[in-house]
Design a protein around this ligand. Sequence first.
Ligand code: ATR
Length: 270
Amino acid sequence: MQHFIVIGNPISHSKSPQIHHAFADSLGLAISYRRQFCPTDADSFRAVVEAFFCGGGVGANVTLPFKEIAFELCSPINGGALSSYAQSAKAVNTLALRDGKLYGDNTDGRGLVADLIAQKVDLQGKNIAIIGAGGATRGVILPLMEQGATLTLFNRTLLKATNLKDEFAPHGMIGVQSLDALATGDFDYDVIINATSATTTGQQLSLSPNLKACVAYDMMYGKPSAFLAHFAKQGARTLDGYGMLIHQAKLAFEMWTGTQLDLDKVALEK
Ligand code: ATR
């Protein structure tokens, strides 16, 4: 029996245990995957992670608010190791032991890309707008660029978008716009992605009819999205982040178990 956890605060809402058990069932694997509450300070997080892996745990997922703390814990200066995706995201959502070291990966961005591909959304050479310039955006930039997409970041605070543009300049060009620019200009994209925290916090995201897209994707799921409603009204195809959740989990599960999953054989309850 292999043991897994997801560490977060709050954590009781997490769907990860049922998703990973459904993955394991599809392969006839016996696993245990449970939710692990943790106080929000870095020392508590480190203690939880050490206890889990010293106790024989195979893999851990990390969710809010610990992804940046997990990144620090896996940094080479702290004796850990990081995937290139975790390095560019500056956040870790998947932990494992590799060669005796704590290894941190980030499967969120590749999960988004895998979901878009599974939903038959073509990314090669497409113009993609991302709303937001926080941690969620940082995590998806590299995987989207790797698909040959051209990115434009829209953010309320332009400086945060410009900083991301500068940081990712070695990987390719990123356009930046202030959300205020929507008041005066017309913008049309193949895909638009909501990576702000507005849907989660229930805040209003001020969008404009000047902003158009064929496909609108909200990285959040499970809550009504004013962002998706806005683009649905324009006739866009709308997708929520449930598929991203499944695909980021699939990538973690495959890394931990060394086994490929066939999602068509997985019985998932939404
Ligand atoms: P996360 O890690 O979820 O990305 P974050 O780093 O706090 O969280 O970033 C939240 C993002 O959502 C930011 O880009 C923020 O815009 P600002 O940089 O201007 O703060 C954006 N955001 C949150 N609420 C918003 C709102 N009501 N309207 C526009 N942007 C919003």
